[in-house]
Design a protein around this ligand. Sequence first.
Ligand code: SF4
Ligand code: ZN
Ligand code: ZN
Length: 313
Amino acid sequence: MSESAAKCSLCKRKEPFFHRVYSGERLCKRCFAESIEDKVRATLVRYKMLSYNDHVAVAVSGGKDSITLLEVLAKMERKYPRATLVAVTVDEGIAGYRDEALDITAATCKRLRIPHRVVSFKRLYGYTLDEMVEQIQKRGSELTPCAFCGVLRRKAMNTAALEAKANKIATGHTLDDEVQTSLMNIFHGDISKLSSEKPVTDVVHPRLVQKVKPMCEIPEKESALYAYARGFKFQSTPCPYAGEALRNDIRSLLNRMEERHAGTKFTVSKSIEKIRPALSGLQEKDEFKECKECGDPSAGEVCRACQLLKQIG
Ligand code: SF4
Ligand code: ZN
Ligand code: ZN
């Protein structure tokens, strides 16, 4: 290797710390971390995700992606004095798991001087996730914890954002999450979700807070490396209930493809971005009304969360 090839592609001075195979760059720790911040900034601008006076609820689970998102947005917020951030953590009630994440998130928010709100399943729905899982197991239901937890988490996050008077919710979904979800929607034949689950969601109802995904162009591996390079603490133990079979298969498939054909995840993501406008023209737009049970906006008479809570009993 020549002397220049052994140096960082950007500053040309330091030793490389990361080889970004899909772009050919070899970056030192500092240039790598700055490149992640630049990429998030570029994504925010490209998709017009935020306005200068937004009040943003950042969904922070305490994992690497959401802690990275919070740190990057906090850095940017200093340049936008009229914009404000509030961190929101959903406490599903998973014994021995969520407590560590709550502590890490609270400490991070304290250091960044960002208000932190916690919304729990117990307060909103009357039961913790552990209690709900026990119920469905007793009933011999086929429902998996993730199948209902995902829906209840989204509802809880929306409720918390409304309580915090936020007009946007920012989530830490990475490129990997986005591509996996798109392929899952294709595998499920759910074209409506494929067209609606995008980097900036449409405003379909005044009480459904708009969602933005500033990390949607950051590969998951780089999000973890950024947290490591900056020395952030995050929770690394996975949720004990994690295990959506189809998502795991798609994750492995994409990782294998990426290893053999660098840039595959970006290519799939860009293809879906191009297809999406055509898909949304084919979809009938849902008329939102009030859920008969909880009063939240719903496409049907009863919202999905209330239907699931009934099933759980
Ligand atoms: Fe809920 Fe599944 Fe996420 Fe665990 S992995 S918090 S059960 S959605
Ligand atoms: Zn460098
Ligand atoms: Zn409802």
